[in-house]
Design a protein around this ligand. Structure first.
Ligand code: NI
Length: 395
């Protein structure tokens, strides 16, 4: 172990009990997306206590800070701070005290890790070959959180950005890293089909939107299987089909709602381009009219190869080669992708599960938990990563 590693480990140990208090406070007082007022205040107080330079922002919730070391480039670390509308089911002494709201995605842990990185770097400023910007982002669970931080100019002069998510499927002490595709793009659609209502026994005098809607559902499955290469992943799910309300009436309207997930931006655009024309043509050919609302929401999380290889080195230093695995990708979405569209970045999985302690439940489950040892691993990993990224002249 070199001098820097020893120093980092000592500092993480020094701050660990403080970080546990911070995490437990955040866990007890969760706030929903765009309502993270107390959370933002609390983070700001912790930054001030550690004499970490805050950046002044215009946004209502969310905050950012900077640790300026020696002359050099800037890298950013992003943590999300919001909670979910879920009633926590737990006996933990620090369980959520807010009815119906809880940190069942572990963003309290992400926030704590980013603060921990700040505390450690503040003491290693004299060795830090550049600047580290900490971004505490609101509203990851809803919409607009990442965009609001980018609009504040927080990516200006940033050469790389990193972020992590706890991963209950991986045991604590394990880190999952993967180049390229990690998380899916998320787009939603609403299709409103207008037919012609009438008597159920006289279909020749009506245009049945339920029959048309059923054809649209089948068509959408074909859209994936017949226009996207089998080597790519995409999924279209119709999650709602609403029409009519009784046995003997052909209704006037049918409404379909669904989501489109893809593994890369070109597949995403291919589907978007074909979707409207194919649906319109089909509905018109069956005598109906159609309105389509297609919302491009979140791009794919796609990890930059060079940044990822540097982060992998940091992961190996932190937990050893045997505990660094290839991250499994998921068709879930994450707005970290908005930052990656602006600057090269890497998002990774921080193992947080522990079967012996019963910490096995997945994200958004009312019994979801994180093994707090993951905080230590996360801080060390992120501190090592920023040092390596700042030093690397090829990025
Ligand atoms: Ni999350």
């Amino acid at each position: 172990m070199n001098h820097l590693e020893v120093k980092i480990n000592e500092l993480v140990d020094k701050y660990y009990s403080n970080l546990l208090e911070i995490r437990r406070h955040l866990h007890m007082y969760p706030e929903l997306s765009n309502q993270e007022y107390k959370t933002t205040n609390f983070i700001n107080q912790e930054l001030d206590k550690a004499n970490i330079q805050r950046l002044s922002l215009n946004c209502q919730t969310g905050t950012a800070a900077e640790i300026k070391g020696l002359d050099g480039p800037t890298v950013a670390l992003r943590a999300d701070i919001d909670a979910l509308p879920i009633q926590e089911e737990s006996d933990l002494p620090f369980r959520s005290v807010i009815d119906g709201i809880s940190h069942m995605c572990g963003h309290d842990v992400h926030t704590t890790i980013a603060l921990g990185v700040g505390f450690v770097l503040q003491e290693l400023k004299h060795l830090l070959p550049g600047t580290v910007r900490l971004i505490f982002q609101p509203a990851e669970e809803s919409e607009g959180g990442a965009e609001s931080m980018i609009a504040e100019g927080l990516l200006n002069d940033v050469k790389a950005i990193i972020g992590l998510h706890n991963m209950p499927d991986l045991p604590v002490g394990t880190i999952g890293v993967k180049e390229g595709f990690l998380m899916a793009s998320v787009d939603d659609f609403t299709i409103k089909i207008k037919g012609k209502g009438g008597h159920a026994a006289l279909p020749e005098k009506a245009v049945d939107p339920i029959v048309i809607g059923s054809s649209v559902v089948s068509l959408l499955q074909t859209l994936v299987s017949r226009t996207i290469s089998p080597k790519e992943s995409a999924v279209i799910t119709v999650g709602a089909f609403q029409a009519g309300n009784t046995h003997n009436v052909i209704p006037e309207f049918a409404v379909l709602k669904g989501t489109v997930r893809t593994s890369n931006e070109s597949v995403r655009m291919q589907i978007h381009e074909k979707f409207e024309t194919m649906v319109q043509n089909l509905v018109h050919s069956l005598g109906g009219e159609v309105e389509i609302d297609y919302q491009l929401l979140v791009p794919t999380v796609f990890n930059h190869s060079k940044i990822t290889s540097v982060v992998r080195e940091a992961a190996i230093l932190t937990v050893g080669t045997d505990h660094v695995v290839t991250a499994e990708s998921t068709m879930g979405g994450e707005d970290f992708s908005f930052y990656q569209q602006k600057v090269p970045g890497c998002y990774l999985w921080l193992g947080s599960g522990n079967k012996e302690k019963g910490i096995t439940y997945g994200w958004h489950h009312p019994k979801f938990m994180v093994d707090e040892e993951a905080i230590k691993v996360g801080v060390k990993l992120m501190v090592q990563s920023v040092f390596k990224l700042l030093k690397d002249k090829t990025i």
